[in-house]
Design a protein around this ligand. Sequence first.
Ligand code: UD1
Ligand code: CA
Length: 456
Amino acid sequence: MLNVVILAAGMGKRMQSELPKVLHRIAGKAMLEHVVDNARALNPERIIIVVGHGAEQVQALFADQKDVRFVQQYPPQGTGHAVQQAVPELMGYEPTHTTLVLYGDVPLVQPATLQRLLEARGQGLAILTEKLEQPAGYGRIVRSESGEIVRIVEHKDATEHELTINEVNTGILAAPTPQLRDWLSRLRNDNAQGEYYLTDVVGFAVEDQVPVQAAHPDFAWETLGVNSRIQQAELERAWQSEQARRLLEQGVTLADPSRFDLRGELRCGRDVYIDVGCVFEGQVELEDGVHIGPHCVLNNVKLGAGTVVQAFSHLEGAQTATQAKIGPFARLRPGARLGANAQVGNFVEVKNASFGAESKASHLSYIGDATLGERVNIGAGTITCNYDGANKHQTIIEDDVFIGSDTQLVAPVIVGAGATIGAGTTLTRSAPAAKLTLSRSHQQTVEGWVRPTKKK
Ligand code: UD1
Ligand code: CA
Protein backbone atom coordinates (compact mmCIF):
# COMPACT_ATOMS: atom_id res chain seq x y z
CA MET A 1 0.00 0.00 0.00
CA LEU A 2 1.57 3.26 -1.17
CA ASN A 3 0.85 6.79 0.07
CA VAL A 4 2.46 9.70 -1.71
CA VAL A 5 2.83 12.94 0.24
CA ILE A 6 3.72 16.00 -1.81
CA LEU A 7 5.03 19.04 0.05
CA ALA A 8 3.73 22.22 -1.51
CA ALA A 9 3.15 24.65 1.34
CA GLY A 10 6.17 26.85 0.71
CA MET A 11 5.53 30.37 -0.45
CA GLY A 12 8.22 30.70 -3.10
CA LYS A 13 9.15 34.28 -2.29
CA ARG A 14 12.01 34.30 -4.76
CA MET A 15 9.66 33.73 -7.71
CA GLN A 16 8.40 37.32 -7.14
CA SER A 17 4.94 36.24 -8.18
CA GLU A 18 1.30 36.33 -7.15
CA LEU A 19 1.02 32.71 -8.28
CA PRO A 20 1.92 29.99 -5.75
CA LYS A 21 5.31 28.59 -6.72
CA VAL A 22 4.14 25.04 -7.47
CA LEU A 23 1.69 26.38 -10.07
CA HIS A 24 4.48 27.86 -12.15
CA ARG A 25 5.00 25.83 -15.29
CA ILE A 26 7.63 23.63 -16.83
CA ALA A 27 6.91 22.62 -20.42
CA GLY A 28 3.46 24.18 -20.20
CA LYS A 29 2.38 22.15 -17.17
CA ALA A 30 2.26 23.30 -13.54
CA MET A 31 5.19 21.88 -11.58
CA LEU A 32 2.80 20.26 -9.12
CA GLU A 33 0.97 18.53 -11.99
CA HIS A 34 4.26 17.01 -13.14
CA VAL A 35 4.78 15.65 -9.63
CA VAL A 36 1.22 14.30 -9.39
CA ASP A 37 1.47 12.64 -12.81
CA ASN A 38 4.80 11.01 -11.94
CA ALA A 39 3.34 9.86 -8.62
CA ARG A 40 0.32 8.37 -10.39
CA ALA A 41 2.62 6.24 -12.52
CA LEU A 42 3.40 4.31 -9.29
CA ASN A 43 -0.30 3.44 -8.73
CA PRO A 44 -0.46 4.82 -5.20
CA GLU A 45 -3.39 4.22 -2.89
CA ARG A 46 -3.39 7.90 -1.96
CA ILE A 47 -1.88 11.17 -3.09
CA ILE A 48 -1.87 13.78 -0.35
CA ILE A 49 -0.74 17.32 -1.07
CA VAL A 50 0.33 19.56 1.79
CA VAL A 51 -0.75 23.10 0.93
CA GLY A 52 -0.31 26.42 2.70
CA HIS A 53 0.38 29.58 0.76
CA GLY A 54 -2.12 29.98 -2.07
CA ALA A 55 -3.94 26.80 -0.99
CA GLU A 56 -7.17 27.74 -2.77
CA GLN A 57 -5.48 28.27 -6.12
CA VAL A 58 -3.56 25.02 -5.78
CA GLN A 59 -6.67 23.04 -4.85
CA ALA A 60 -8.65 24.58 -7.72
CA LEU A 61 -6.21 23.12 -10.25
CA PHE A 62 -7.00 19.60 -9.03
CA ALA A 63 -10.71 20.16 -8.39
CA ASP A 64 -11.78 17.38 -10.77
CA GLN A 65 -9.04 14.92 -9.80
CA LYS A 66 -10.68 12.80 -7.15
CA ASP A 67 -7.57 10.76 -6.32
CA VAL A 68 -5.84 13.81 -4.87
CA ARG A 69 -6.39 14.92 -1.26
CA PHE A 70 -5.25 18.07 0.47
CA VAL A 71 -4.09 18.89 3.97
CA GLN A 72 -3.26 22.35 5.26
CA GLN A 73 -0.04 23.46 6.86
CA TYR A 74 -0.06 26.92 8.29
CA PRO A 75 2.23 28.47 9.24
CA PRO A 76 4.99 26.31 7.74
CA GLN A 77 7.38 25.04 10.38
CA GLY A 78 9.59 22.78 8.35
CA THR A 79 9.45 19.73 6.12
CA GLY A 80 8.84 17.38 9.06
CA HIS A 81 5.98 19.54 10.28
CA ALA A 82 4.56 19.46 6.74
CA VAL A 83 4.52 15.65 6.63
CA GLN A 84 3.02 15.57 10.14
CA GLN A 85 -0.06 17.32 8.73
CA ALA A 86 -0.59 14.40 6.34
CA VAL A 87 -0.41 11.71 9.02
CA PRO A 88 -4.20 11.48 9.58
CA GLU A 89 -4.62 10.70 5.86
CA LEU A 90 -1.95 8.00 5.66
CA MET A 91 -3.16 4.46 5.02
CA GLY A 92 -1.47 1.29 6.24
CA TYR A 93 -0.08 -0.19 9.47
CA GLU A 94 2.33 -2.83 8.16
CA PRO A 95 6.07 -2.25 7.72
CA THR A 96 5.56 -3.15 4.04
CA HIS A 97 3.20 -0.18 3.65
CA THR A 98 5.05 2.78 2.23
CA THR A 99 4.90 6.54 2.37
CA LEU A 100 6.80 8.34 -0.37
CA VAL A 101 7.58 12.03 0.18
CA LEU A 102 7.92 14.25 -2.88
CA TYR A 103 8.29 18.01 -3.34
CA GLY A 104 5.97 20.19 -5.36
CA ASP A 105 8.88 22.31 -6.53
CA VAL A 106 11.02 19.37 -7.65
CA PRO A 107 8.86 18.56 -10.65
CA LEU A 108 10.76 16.15 -12.83
CA VAL A 109 11.70 13.11 -10.74
CA GLN A 110 10.97 10.25 -13.11
CA PRO A 111 8.85 7.24 -12.23
CA ALA A 112 11.79 4.88 -12.96
CA THR A 113 13.91 6.61 -10.31
CA LEU A 114 11.06 6.55 -7.79
CA GLN A 115 10.47 2.88 -8.52
CA ARG A 116 14.11 2.18 -7.70
CA LEU A 117 13.80 4.15 -4.47
CA LEU A 118 10.77 2.04 -3.47
CA GLU A 119 12.69 -1.14 -4.26
CA ALA A 120 15.75 0.05 -2.29
CA ARG A 121 13.54 0.48 0.75
CA GLY A 122 12.82 -3.20 1.33
CA GLN A 123 11.18 -3.02 4.75
CA GLY A 124 13.32 -0.08 5.85
CA LEU A 125 13.84 3.55 4.90
CA ALA A 126 15.27 4.73 1.59
CA ILE A 127 16.46 8.21 0.71
CA LEU A 128 17.24 9.61 -2.71
CA THR A 129 20.74 11.07 -2.67
CA GLU A 130 23.30 12.22 -5.17
CA LYS A 131 26.87 13.45 -5.30
CA LEU A 132 27.28 17.11 -6.19
CA GLU A 133 30.43 19.05 -6.92
CA GLN A 134 28.83 22.03 -5.20
CA PRO A 135 26.80 20.68 -2.30
CA ALA A 136 26.33 24.06 -0.59
CA GLY A 137 22.84 24.57 0.83
CA TYR A 138 21.83 20.92 0.79
CA GLY A 139 21.48 18.52 3.69
CA ARG A 140 24.53 16.20 3.78
CA ILE A 141 24.45 12.41 4.10
CA VAL A 142 26.58 11.41 7.06
CA ARG A 143 27.88 7.85 6.77
CA SER A 144 29.80 5.66 9.22
CA GLU A 145 33.30 4.42 8.44
CA SER A 146 31.80 1.25 7.05
CA GLY A 147 29.65 3.35 4.74
CA GLU A 148 26.30 2.95 6.52
CA ILE A 149 24.02 5.99 6.51
CA VAL A 150 23.95 7.46 10.02
CA ARG A 151 21.93 10.66 9.65
CA ILE A 152 21.35 13.76 7.55
CA VAL A 153 22.73 17.06 8.69
CA GLU A 154 21.35 20.31 7.30
CA HIS A 155 23.88 22.74 5.84
CA LYS A 156 23.13 25.32 8.54
CA ASP A 157 23.71 22.77 11.32
CA ALA A 158 26.78 21.09 9.81
CA THR A 159 30.29 21.14 11.20
CA GLU A 160 33.23 22.24 9.08
CA HIS A 161 34.05 18.61 8.44
CA GLU A 162 30.47 17.67 7.53
CA LEU A 163 30.35 20.51 5.01
CA THR A 164 33.02 18.69 2.98
CA ILE A 165 30.62 15.77 2.36
CA ASN A 166 29.45 15.91 -1.25
CA GLU A 167 26.66 13.31 -1.04
CA VAL A 168 23.50 15.36 -0.58
CA ASN A 169 19.89 14.77 0.35
CA THR A 170 17.49 15.43 -2.50
CA GLY A 171 14.68 15.53 0.08
CA ILE A 172 12.81 12.61 -1.48
CA LEU A 173 12.38 9.53 0.67
CA ALA A 174 10.34 6.35 1.05
CA ALA A 175 9.51 5.15 4.55
CA PRO A 176 7.56 2.37 6.26
CA THR A 177 4.28 4.11 7.11
CA PRO A 178 3.83 2.94 10.75
CA GLN A 179 7.41 3.80 11.71
CA LEU A 180 7.18 7.13 9.91
CA ARG A 181 4.19 8.11 12.08
CA ASP A 182 6.25 7.33 15.16
CA TRP A 183 9.38 9.15 13.96
CA LEU A 184 7.40 12.25 13.02
CA SER A 185 5.94 12.39 16.52
CA ARG A 186 9.49 12.39 17.92
CA LEU A 187 10.76 15.38 15.86
CA ARG A 188 12.07 18.42 17.73
CA ASN A 189 12.90 21.87 16.42
CA ASP A 190 16.04 22.58 18.45
CA ASN A 191 18.19 23.32 15.42
CA ALA A 192 19.68 26.27 13.57
CA GLN A 193 16.41 27.08 11.77
CA GLY A 194 13.97 26.30 14.60
CA GLU A 195 12.14 23.93 12.24
CA TYR A 196 10.88 20.37 12.37
CA TYR A 197 13.20 18.65 9.91
CA LEU A 198 11.90 15.64 8.01
CA THR A 199 15.53 14.65 7.59
CA ASP A 200 15.78 13.80 11.30
CA VAL A 201 13.75 10.62 10.65
CA VAL A 202 16.95 9.12 9.25
CA GLY A 203 18.63 9.35 12.65
CA PHE A 204 15.55 7.81 14.32
CA ALA A 205 15.56 4.91 11.86
CA VAL A 206 19.19 4.20 12.68
CA GLU A 207 18.36 4.38 16.42
CA ASP A 208 15.49 1.92 15.90
CA GLN A 209 17.73 -0.37 13.82
CA VAL A 210 15.61 0.07 10.74
CA PRO A 211 17.85 -0.33 7.69
CA VAL A 212 18.50 2.88 5.73
CA GLN A 213 19.39 2.65 2.04
CA ALA A 214 20.19 5.25 -0.59
CA ALA A 215 19.03 5.27 -4.19
CA HIS A 216 20.19 7.67 -6.89
CA PRO A 217 18.46 9.43 -9.78
CA ASP A 218 19.27 8.48 -13.38
CA PHE A 219 19.71 12.13 -14.39
CA ALA A 220 20.88 15.17 -12.44
CA TRP A 221 17.95 17.28 -13.65
CA GLU A 222 15.45 14.95 -12.00
CA THR A 223 16.13 16.32 -8.56
CA LEU A 224 16.59 19.99 -9.42
CA GLY A 225 14.24 22.21 -7.46
CA VAL A 226 12.82 25.53 -8.57
CA ASN A 227 13.09 28.49 -6.22
CA SER A 228 13.54 31.32 -8.72
CA ARG A 229 12.72 32.23 -12.29
CA ILE A 230 16.33 31.54 -13.17
CA GLN A 231 16.10 27.97 -11.87
CA GLN A 232 12.73 27.58 -13.60
CA ALA A 233 14.25 28.65 -16.93
CA GLU A 234 17.24 26.35 -16.43
CA LEU A 235 15.03 23.38 -15.62
CA GLU A 236 12.80 24.17 -18.59
CA ARG A 237 15.84 23.95 -20.90
CA ALA A 238 17.08 20.77 -19.23
CA TRP A 239 13.68 19.14 -19.71
CA GLN A 240 13.34 20.37 -23.28
CA SER A 241 16.72 18.92 -24.19
CA GLU A 242 15.68 15.63 -22.59
CA GLN A 243 12.48 15.60 -24.64
CA ALA A 244 14.49 16.48 -27.75
CA ARG A 245 16.95 13.69 -26.97
CA ARG A 246 14.11 11.16 -26.73
CA LEU A 247 12.75 12.24 -30.13
CA LEU A 248 16.18 12.10 -31.76
CA GLU A 249 16.55 8.60 -30.36
CA GLN A 250 13.25 7.63 -31.97
CA GLY A 251 14.53 8.81 -35.35
CA VAL A 252 13.06 12.31 -35.59
CA THR A 253 15.29 14.97 -37.16
CA LEU A 254 15.46 18.20 -35.16
CA ALA A 255 17.27 20.95 -37.04
CA ASP A 256 18.50 22.21 -33.66
CA PRO A 257 17.57 20.34 -30.46
CA SER A 258 18.28 23.47 -28.43
CA ARG A 259 15.57 25.36 -30.33
CA PHE A 260 12.74 22.93 -29.77
CA ASP A 261 9.80 23.28 -27.37
CA LEU A 262 7.34 20.57 -26.49
CA ARG A 263 4.57 21.46 -24.04
CA GLY A 264 2.52 18.31 -24.23
CA GLU A 265 2.94 15.05 -26.10
CA LEU A 266 4.40 14.56 -29.54
CA ARG A 267 4.13 11.27 -31.38
CA CYS A 268 6.08 10.92 -34.61
CA GLY A 269 6.26 8.37 -37.38
CA ARG A 270 9.44 7.66 -39.34
CA ASP A 271 11.55 10.35 -40.96
CA VAL A 272 9.78 13.35 -39.48
CA TYR A 273 11.70 16.62 -39.84
CA ILE A 274 11.25 19.57 -37.47
CA ASP A 275 12.96 22.86 -38.16
CA VAL A 276 14.02 25.42 -35.54
CA GLY A 277 11.79 27.46 -33.25
CA CYS A 278 8.65 25.32 -33.32
CA VAL A 279 6.32 24.95 -30.35
CA PHE A 280 4.23 21.81 -29.89
CA GLU A 281 1.34 21.94 -27.44
CA GLY A 282 -1.27 19.43 -26.25
CA GLN A 283 -1.44 16.18 -28.19
CA VAL A 284 0.37 16.34 -31.51
CA GLU A 285 0.75 13.45 -33.90
CA LEU A 286 2.94 13.61 -37.00
CA GLU A 287 2.80 10.63 -39.34
CA ASP A 288 5.66 9.36 -41.50
CA GLY A 289 7.66 11.91 -43.44
CA VAL A 290 5.93 15.02 -42.08
CA HIS A 291 8.05 18.14 -42.54
CA ILE A 292 7.58 21.13 -40.22
CA GLY A 293 9.26 24.35 -41.33
CA PRO A 294 10.76 26.93 -38.97
CA HIS A 295 8.79 28.84 -36.35
CA CYS A 296 5.49 26.99 -36.44
CA VAL A 297 3.06 26.44 -33.56
CA LEU A 298 1.15 23.15 -33.51
CA ASN A 299 -1.49 22.71 -30.83
CA ASN A 300 -3.55 19.48 -30.71
CA VAL A 301 -2.88 18.61 -34.30
CA LYS A 302 -2.73 15.38 -36.29
CA LEU A 303 -0.91 15.51 -39.62
CA GLY A 304 -1.06 12.74 -42.20
CA ALA A 305 1.99 11.19 -43.82
CA GLY A 306 4.04 13.49 -46.00
CA THR A 307 2.26 16.67 -44.92
CA VAL A 308 4.46 19.76 -45.24
CA VAL A 309 3.98 22.79 -43.00
CA GLN A 310 5.99 25.78 -44.15
CA ALA A 311 7.44 28.56 -42.01
CA PHE A 312 5.41 30.67 -39.57
CA SER A 313 2.22 28.66 -39.62
CA HIS A 314 -0.13 28.37 -36.65
CA LEU A 315 -2.19 25.17 -36.38
CA GLU A 316 -4.68 24.45 -33.64
CA GLY A 317 -7.13 21.56 -33.45
CA ALA A 318 -6.48 20.69 -37.09
CA GLN A 319 -6.11 17.42 -39.00
CA THR A 320 -4.73 16.54 -42.39
CA ALA A 321 -4.71 13.47 -44.59
CA THR A 322 -1.57 12.56 -46.53
CA GLN A 323 0.61 15.05 -48.39
CA ALA A 324 -1.26 18.19 -47.39
CA LYS A 325 0.65 21.45 -47.84
CA ILE A 326 0.27 24.31 -45.37
CA GLY A 327 1.82 27.77 -45.24
CA PRO A 328 3.96 29.72 -45.14
CA PHE A 329 1.96 32.03 -42.83
CA ALA A 330 -1.15 29.86 -42.69
CA ARG A 331 -3.59 29.60 -39.81
CA LEU A 332 -5.61 26.45 -39.18
CA ARG A 333 -8.09 26.81 -36.36
CA PRO A 334 -10.11 24.14 -34.53
CA GLY A 335 -12.06 21.89 -36.84
CA ALA A 336 -9.86 22.51 -39.89
CA ARG A 337 -9.57 19.24 -41.84
CA LEU A 338 -7.54 18.93 -45.01
CA GLY A 339 -7.86 15.98 -47.38
CA ALA A 340 -5.02 14.35 -49.28
CA ASN A 341 -2.87 16.81 -51.23
CA ALA A 342 -5.02 19.74 -50.13
CA GLN A 343 -3.23 23.08 -49.85
CA VAL A 344 -3.66 26.12 -47.63
CA GLY A 345 -1.25 28.92 -48.42
CA ASN A 346 -0.15 32.26 -47.06
CA PHE A 347 -2.55 34.38 -45.03
CA VAL A 348 -5.34 31.86 -45.28
CA GLU A 349 -7.42 31.18 -42.16
CA VAL A 350 -9.45 27.99 -41.96
CA LYS A 351 -11.86 27.28 -39.14
CA ASN A 352 -14.32 24.44 -38.70
CA ALA A 353 -14.04 23.63 -42.38
CA SER A 354 -13.00 20.63 -44.42
CA PHE A 355 -11.12 20.58 -47.70
CA GLY A 356 -11.58 17.51 -49.91
CA ALA A 357 -8.59 15.94 -51.63
CA GLU A 358 -6.61 18.23 -53.93
CA SER A 359 -8.57 21.35 -52.93
CA LYS A 360 -6.61 24.58 -52.57
CA ALA A 361 -6.83 28.02 -51.03
CA SER A 362 -3.46 29.49 -51.80
CA HIS A 363 -3.68 33.12 -50.73
CA LEU A 364 -5.43 35.59 -48.44
CA SER A 365 -8.72 33.90 -47.59
CA TYR A 366 -11.07 33.09 -44.72
CA ILE A 367 -12.80 29.74 -44.93
CA GLY A 368 -15.03 29.08 -41.91
CA ASP A 369 -17.95 26.71 -41.32
CA ALA A 370 -17.53 25.26 -44.78
CA THR A 371 -17.38 21.92 -46.55
CA LEU A 372 -15.30 21.78 -49.70
CA GLY A 373 -15.43 18.84 -52.08
CA GLU A 374 -12.46 17.60 -54.09
CA ARG A 375 -10.33 19.63 -56.51
CA VAL A 376 -11.91 22.92 -55.45
CA ASN A 377 -9.88 26.03 -56.23
CA ILE A 378 -10.43 29.01 -53.95
CA GLY A 379 -9.13 32.26 -55.46
CA ALA A 380 -7.20 34.87 -53.52
CA GLY A 381 -9.24 37.02 -51.19
CA THR A 382 -12.21 34.67 -50.88
CA ILE A 383 -14.29 35.00 -47.74
CA THR A 384 -17.03 32.79 -46.38
CA CYS A 385 -19.35 35.22 -44.61
CA ASN A 386 -20.38 32.65 -42.04
CA TYR A 387 -21.56 34.91 -39.24
CA ASP A 388 -24.58 37.18 -39.35
CA GLY A 389 -23.81 38.75 -36.00
CA ALA A 390 -25.86 36.18 -34.10
CA ASN A 391 -25.54 32.77 -35.76
CA LYS A 392 -23.05 30.81 -37.83
CA HIS A 393 -24.08 29.40 -41.21
CA GLN A 394 -22.59 26.76 -43.49
CA THR A 395 -21.07 27.12 -46.92
CA ILE A 396 -20.99 24.03 -49.10
CA ILE A 397 -18.73 23.97 -52.14
CA GLU A 398 -18.99 20.81 -54.21
CA ASP A 399 -16.32 19.01 -56.26
CA ASP A 400 -14.39 20.79 -59.03
CA VAL A 401 -15.68 24.26 -58.20
CA PHE A 402 -13.59 27.28 -59.18
CA ILE A 403 -14.11 30.34 -56.99
CA GLY A 404 -12.75 33.52 -58.57
CA SER A 405 -10.67 35.95 -56.55
CA ASP A 406 -12.27 38.31 -54.07
CA THR A 407 -15.51 36.37 -53.76
CA GLN A 408 -17.76 36.62 -50.73
CA LEU A 409 -19.94 33.61 -50.06
CA VAL A 410 -22.79 34.80 -47.83
CA ALA A 411 -23.79 31.68 -45.93
CA PRO A 412 -25.87 29.63 -45.94
CA VAL A 413 -25.03 28.98 -49.55
CA ILE A 414 -24.26 26.00 -51.79
CA VAL A 415 -22.06 26.05 -54.87
CA GLY A 416 -22.89 23.09 -57.12
CA ALA A 417 -20.30 20.73 -58.55
CA GLY A 418 -18.17 22.14 -61.36
CA ALA A 419 -19.54 25.67 -60.96
CA THR A 420 -17.37 28.70 -61.64
CA ILE A 421 -17.86 31.89 -59.64
CA GLY A 422 -16.61 35.03 -61.31
CA ALA A 423 -14.07 37.21 -59.55
CA GLY A 424 -15.48 39.82 -57.22
CA THR A 425 -18.82 38.07 -56.77
CA THR A 426 -20.93 38.47 -53.65
CA LEU A 427 -22.83 35.22 -53.66
CA THR A 428 -26.06 35.53 -51.68
CA ARG A 429 -27.95 32.61 -53.23
CA SER A 430 -26.78 29.14 -54.14
CA ALA A 431 -24.99 28.78 -57.48
CA PRO A 432 -25.99 25.97 -59.85
CA ALA A 433 -23.61 23.20 -60.86
CA ALA A 434 -21.40 23.47 -63.94
CA LYS A 435 -22.31 27.09 -64.77
CA LEU A 436 -20.66 30.47 -64.44
CA THR A 437 -22.29 32.61 -61.78
CA LEU A 438 -21.18 36.14 -61.01
CA SER A 439 -22.45 39.33 -59.50
CA ARG A 440 -20.67 42.34 -60.76
CA SER A 441 -21.67 45.97 -61.41
CA HIS A 442 -20.98 47.03 -64.96
CA GLN A 443 -17.67 48.72 -65.62
CA GLN A 444 -17.90 52.26 -66.96
CA THR A 445 -15.47 54.95 -67.98
CA VAL A 446 -16.44 58.60 -67.35
CA GLU A 447 -15.41 60.74 -70.27
CA GLY A 448 -14.08 64.26 -69.54
CA TRP A 449 -13.51 63.58 -65.84
CA VAL A 450 -10.56 65.46 -64.34
CA ARG A 451 -8.78 64.46 -61.16
CA PRO A 452 -9.14 67.20 -58.48
CA THR A 453 -6.00 69.18 -57.59
CA LYS A 454 -5.10 71.04 -54.38
CA LYS A 455 -6.17 74.69 -54.19
CA LYS A 456 -3.10 76.98 -54.03
C1 UD1 B 1 15.37 20.30 2.24
C2 UD1 B 1 16.06 19.25 3.08
C3 UD1 B 1 17.52 19.17 2.67
C4 UD1 B 1 17.65 18.89 1.20
C5 UD1 B 1 16.88 19.91 0.39
C6 UD1 B 1 16.83 19.50 -1.05
C7 UD1 B 1 14.91 19.29 5.23
C8 UD1 B 1 14.98 19.72 6.64
N1 UD1 B 1 15.94 19.60 4.47
O1 UD1 B 1 15.96 21.55 2.60
O2 UD1 B 1 18.17 18.14 3.41
O3 UD1 B 1 19.01 18.88 0.83
O4 UD1 B 1 15.51 20.00 0.85
O5 UD1 B 1 16.29 20.55 -1.82
O6 UD1 B 1 13.97 18.64 4.84
N2 UD1 B 1 7.89 22.82 2.65
C9 UD1 B 1 6.62 22.79 3.16
N3 UD1 B 1 6.42 23.19 4.44
C10 UD1 B 1 7.43 23.61 5.23
C11 UD1 B 1 8.73 23.62 4.70
C12 UD1 B 1 8.93 23.22 3.42
O7 UD1 B 1 5.67 22.41 2.48
O8 UD1 B 1 7.17 23.95 6.39
C13 UD1 B 1 8.11 22.40 1.28
C14 UD1 B 1 8.63 23.51 0.41
O9 UD1 B 1 7.57 24.18 -0.25
C15 UD1 B 1 9.50 22.77 -0.58
C16 UD1 B 1 10.02 21.57 0.20
O10 UD1 B 1 9.13 21.42 1.28
O11 UD1 B 1 8.74 22.27 -1.63
C17 UD1 B 1 11.45 21.74 0.67
O12 UD1 B 1 11.52 22.85 1.54
P1 UD1 B 1 12.77 23.80 1.59
O13 UD1 B 1 12.52 24.85 2.59
O14 UD1 B 1 13.16 24.20 0.24
O15 UD1 B 1 13.86 22.77 2.19
P2 UD1 B 1 15.40 23.01 2.25
O16 UD1 B 1 15.69 23.87 3.40
O17 UD1 B 1 15.91 23.42 0.94
CA1 CA C 1 14.90 23.85 -1.17
